[in-house]
Ligand binder design. Sequence first.
Ligand SMILES: Nc1ncnc2c1ncn2[C@@H]1O[C@H](COP(=O)(O)OP(=O)(O)OP(=O)(O)O)[C@@H](O)[C@H]1O
Ligand SMILES: [Mg+2]
Length: 235
Amino acid sequence: MEKLSTDIGLVSTGNDELDKKMGGGIPPSSLSLIEGQPDSGKSVLSQQMIWGSLRNGYKVAVFTTENSMRSLITQMESLNLSILDYYLLSKLHIYPIDAKRSAGSMNTGLVPMIQNCASEGFNLVIVDSITYYATHVGITDLITFFEDMKALTSKGLSIVCNTHSYAFDESTLIRIGAMCDAHLRLRIETMGTKLTKILEVAKIRGATQKTGNVITFDVEPNWGIKVIPYAKARA
Ligand SMILES: Nc1ncnc2c1ncn2[C@@H]1O[C@H](COP(=O)(O)OP(=O)(O)OP(=O)(O)O)[C@@H](O)[C@H]1O
Ligand SMILES: [Mg+2]
């Protein structure tokens, strides 16, 4: 029988401390929205999920408007999140997308590709990012996209969509966030003399533990996301 992602545990970041702060991790068969300003860590957070999930036996597909296959592998290598072996074993598929050329085709181009992933037994799909699509389709198409994604989660697929917050007005963000099982908001704040990255867990439906609502972190070479205590971040 085809293995559903519900059989294989959480969408882990591969970082226990981070998973714990996110209520134990993102539940399988879920739709997640990672949203934030430029440079706030959307891609790195989703790269942690790619790596953590591959290590947990997931089959992962990445649709990227930001990287080529090679640059994604190199980028993740720089964070000590090596995925080359999984790629060579076909446990990881990378689909670079020219968003500019396909911007209007969110529901006719991107959706069928993700539907294919569901029928081909993938457990996790990451879309980094939907920003360009979102700024080129109307609200009705956007809602349809998220409805289609939500429908695929009932087939055992987990889906994570990254987007720049500026792609939506606040009311649309709230509406879309409500359709998702997990809503993660990233931002950069000045604390003292430093810029600190902040992950706000707006919601995780089905979290097994209490979530830390606000997580401060840094991105470190050869490490990835490093959770830093709030007091230290402020110092
Ligand atoms: N190997 C690395 N070593 C150190 N810092 C890194 C490394 N890789 C990424 N970063 C840093 O992590 C931060 C977050 O980058 P990331 O690409 O995740 O942001 P983003 O929110 O996806 O940005 P964008 O809106 O441009 O897509 C950036 O400051 C980046 O410089
Ligand atoms: Mg990015």
